[in-house]
Write a protein that binds this ligand. Structure first.
Ligand code: ZN
Length: 377
């Protein structure tokens, strides 16, 4: 681990007693998240509908007979303000969506969800930065519910989706009349997360899509609905994702590099952001260096708001690994428990030793106090 003798303040937060004055560098995977830029400050999502012919031969639609009378303008009214509120809240006021109606694409028999999105992107307006293409047919059993793509410029402010190819395609299931006036929103929220470069989390290997974690909209986005059938939005997302896309102040992140003594850390809830950048939200993410590609992340998740489905508040720890790739290729595996859906968080007196670190929970209340020390490696 790199160690520099500090001349001034610690760059990413000081380590504990006895380490004052040391400059602790960001772990390499975290530095790469900084280097690859932030999410745009805002996006204009243009909504398109793809009409799937009854005679389709595309496996994604199977031979499901249902066709929904979807209208882009109606969909904007159904989902626009809710999905905007979701990301505004999760980002702490740093990401603002707006929605506009695009048009309708008529697919040929052989065309599938990729063609649906491609045609919609080709026809999208110059101010649209993301396209949301929704088929009027459901996706068949065993097929993906949706796909989201960061395109070739996930961080580009104001860049036209027709050029960047940032977009989402989903089937009609979330708009089934049985769901009532508000469609399901969590899958759309999940796929929009991919358009800003967020990866999956859960216990699968790189490239797997296990969707096993109830802690992250980028895993099992439907987890809140298994607890409360009225829920439409996904859970919030992992603190490392907020860090990745620029929604956490550097002052709100503390790094321990393993060369110091460790120390006691007071963690504010991940969702404590008040939307300004005056650095008064408290520490909301602790990064524990592991090696060139791996870092442990420690965060305090509270059973409130979009996370009201959690059985209790507590500490979540993930092993983040970018050896297989950065952004949507990154793996983010919960390690505070091995059992899905990973809602058994570390509570008072909880302790975890993993990947060269021991994390002891001292207190869980309005904030959480932790004692974190490096162990033998
Ligand atoms: Zn996904």
């Amino acid at each position: 681990m790199a160690l520099a003798v500090g001349l001034g303040a610690c760059l990413t937060g000081c380590a504990g007693d006895g380490d004052e004055g040391r400059i602790v560098l960001l772990p390499p995977p975290a530095q790469r998240m900084i280097d690859d830029g932030n999410a745009p400050a805002d996006d204009l999502v243009e909504v398109w509908v793809c009409r799937v012919p009854d005679t389709t031969t595309a496996p994604i639609y199977g031979d499901l007979p249902l066709r929904q009378p979807l209208d882009p303008t109606v969909i904007v009214g159904q989902i626009g303000s809710r999905v905007t509120d979701y990301w505004r809240t999760v980002s702490g006021g740093r990401y603002e969506l707006s929605f506009a109606a695009g048009g309708v694409v008529d697919l040929t028999d052989a065309e599938d969800d990729a063609d649906c999105l491609s045609h919609a992107l080709d026809r999208s307006g110059p101010t649209a930065t993301v396209v949301l293409a929704i088929a009027d047919a459901e996706h068949a059993e065993g097929q993906v519910g949706g796909r989201g793509f960061p395109g070739n410029a996930p961080n580009c402010d104001g860049c036209a989706a027709a050029a960047t190819r940032r977009g989402v395609s989903i089937g009609a299931s979330d708009f089934h009349p049985d769901w009532g006036p508000t469609p399901l929103l969590d899958l759309i929220e999940h796929e929009l997360g991919h358009t800003i470069g967020l990866p999956h989390s859960g216990d699968g290997g790189p490239g797997d899509d296990p969707y096993t974690s109830a802690l992250d909209v980028m895993s099992n986005s439907a987890a809140p609905r298994t607890v409360d059938p009225a829920r439409r939005d996904g859970p919030s997302t992992l603190a490392i994702n907020l860090f990745d896309v620029g929604w956490l102040d550097p002052d709100d992140v503390e790094t321990l590099d393993g060369d110091g003594d460790g120390g006691e850390v007071e963690l504010a809830p991940v969702t404590a952001a008040d939307g300004d950048s005056d650095g008064d939200d408290g520490t909301r993410l602790v990064l524990l260096a592991v090696d060139d590609h791996r870092v442990l992340t420690v965060e305090y998740r509270t059973a409130t708001g979009f996370d009201a489905h959690l059985p209790e508040s507590g500490i979540a720890v993930h092993l983040v690994d970018d050896a297989a790739g950065t952004a949507i290729e990154r793996s983010q595996v919960p390690v505070h428990t091995s059992r899905p859906p990973f809602t058994d968080l570390l509570g008072p007196d909880g302790s975890l030793t993993t990947n060269g670190w021991t994390i002891d929970v001292v207190e869980v209340g309005a904030t959480a106090r932790l004692a974190i020390v490096p162990t033998d490696r």
